[in-house]
Design a protein around this ligand. Structure first.
Ligand SMILES: Nc1ncnc2c1ncn2[C@@H]1O[C@H](COP(=O)(O)OP(=O)(O)O)[C@@H](O)[C@H]1O
Ligand SMILES: [Mg+2]
Length: 375
């Protein structure tokens, strides 16, 4: 029932301007949740609508299971209704004049199923989204989160081979969004359906995805598991977009295919990772996540076990944030942002400290930051 989705060299150019989708290829294996992540306007919705059949691609191929559903060069375009794809959008179209069960049953009405089978499926879909007790309620009596679960049950009830979700949580308030995103992953996994999920929110992507595809300007620039994406971002854009806020300018001293030594301001040297070899002398930006740095007091000589860079500095600011403290530490001209988890701040403004910078958490890129992308 559930099917692999293969998108191959997909392009879409609207009448004017640069391509909305630019040579995008990826495979979501059967039962996998692939999240497309990127800033507004990068082509996520257009990619999803192309898979649904609501957009006609300019070129490239889309295959669902064994069926090629779109291939302009071969004159193939399967209509949306024939693709057997479920869809959930940002605005939950739940019919107010129907009960919860009637809403969920609706897509089955013209499928000529025996009554008992129909009711079995409705009950199954309601159970998956934990709305069994609400079956007889009017849809208007539901909260936003419950309505979105009704929409989800309705898209699962006819057992689609692929589920498409476009920013399904963005109309909900922040607290509900956090709860529902974990629930969404569980629901999709329980249903066993392949899912393509679109969001601009990196923490939502991480909570929901098996793999995340980061998009920028119509292109898919990295497709990886959430941990790979966070530990080995392939470009400065991905590092920044996923929250590496320390962006240190430097120059390559020496590099091989995996690691480099980088000269930064103040005669300091950093051992760093590189996505590929970068020639000596090249100007680079080193991206480091604030939660991966460690602080120790005074003039400690030995840091945590493993490969760590030792940087002496002074605390400029300590901002207590409840579950963590955010520190700004300066070392000569270099500014480091460090987050330490825990509800007891360990350092204060003016303290002399050592910043321990993990080699494997430093990524050097031969690009300058254009930090407007991160948010
Ligand atoms: N119907 C359309 N006509 C013209 N341009 C469009 C249309 N739909 C989307 N675009 C353009 O395509 C690009 C990608 O849009 P979209 O896929 O909606 O991005 P996202 O979902 O990532 O925010 C944007 O530049 C957008 O303005
Ligand atoms: Mg969109």
């Amino acid at each position: 029932m559930t099917a692999e989705l293969a998108v191959s060299r997909l392009n879409k150019t609207f009448l004017a301007g640069r391509p909305a989708i630019d040579d995008v290829s990826f495979v979501a294996t059967a039962g996998e949740i692939v999240v497309l992540l990127g800033p507004s306007g990068c082509g996520k919705t257009t990619t999803m609508r192309s898979v649904a059949g609501l957009e006609t691609p300019t070129s490239g191929q889309i295959r669902i299971g064994d069926d090629i559903v779109s291939d302009p060069a071969g004159g193939i375009f399967v209509r949306p209704q024939k693709r057997n794809v479920g869809m959930v959008f940002q605005s939950y179209a739940v019919w107010p004049h129907m009960t919860v069960a009637e809403n969920v049953r609706y897509p089955l009405l013209n499928r000529r199923l025996p009554r008992a089978e129909m009711e079995r499926r409705v009950a199954g879909a309601l159970a998956i989204v934990s709305l069994t007790e609400y079956a007889g309620r009017s849809a208007t009596a539901l909260s936003g989160g419950q309505m979105q679960r009704v929409a989800l049950a309705r898209s699962l009830v006819y057992q689609p081979r692929l589920l498409l979700l476009d920013e399904p949580l963005s109309n909900l308030d922040a607290k509900l969004r956090l709860r529902l995103r974990d629930e969404l992953r569980r629901i999709i996994k329980d249903a066993g359906v392949t899912a393509l999920y679109v969001t601009h929110d990196q923490s939502e992507a991480v909570a929901v995805a098996d793999r995340i595809g980061v998009m920028r300007d119509g292109r898919l620039i990295q497709l990886a598991t959430p941990t790979e994406l966070y530990t080995s971002p392939s470009s400065l854009f991905v590092a920044e977009f996923t929250g590496a806020t320390n962006l240190i300018s430097g120059r390559i001293i020496a590099s091989d295919a995996g690691a480099a030594r980088v000269a930064i301001a103040g005669g300091q040297e950093l051992a760093s990772r590189v996505p590929q070899r970068i020639a000596a002398g090249t100007e680079v930006t080193v991206a480091v996540r604030p939660e991966n740095l460690r602080l120790s007091a005074g003039s400690a000589e030995t840091g945590p076990a493993g490969h760590w860079n030792r940087v002496a500095g002074m605390v400029r600011e300590a901002r207590f944030q409840g579950v963590q403290t955010a520190y700004t530490v300066t070392s000569g001209e270099t500014v480091w942002e460090i987050n330490e988890y825990g509800s007891v701040p360990r350092h204060a403004g003016g303290d002399e400290v050592i910043v321990w910078v993990p080699r494997d958490g430093c990524w050097a890129y031969a690009e300058a930051s254009t930090s407007a992308q991160a948010h």
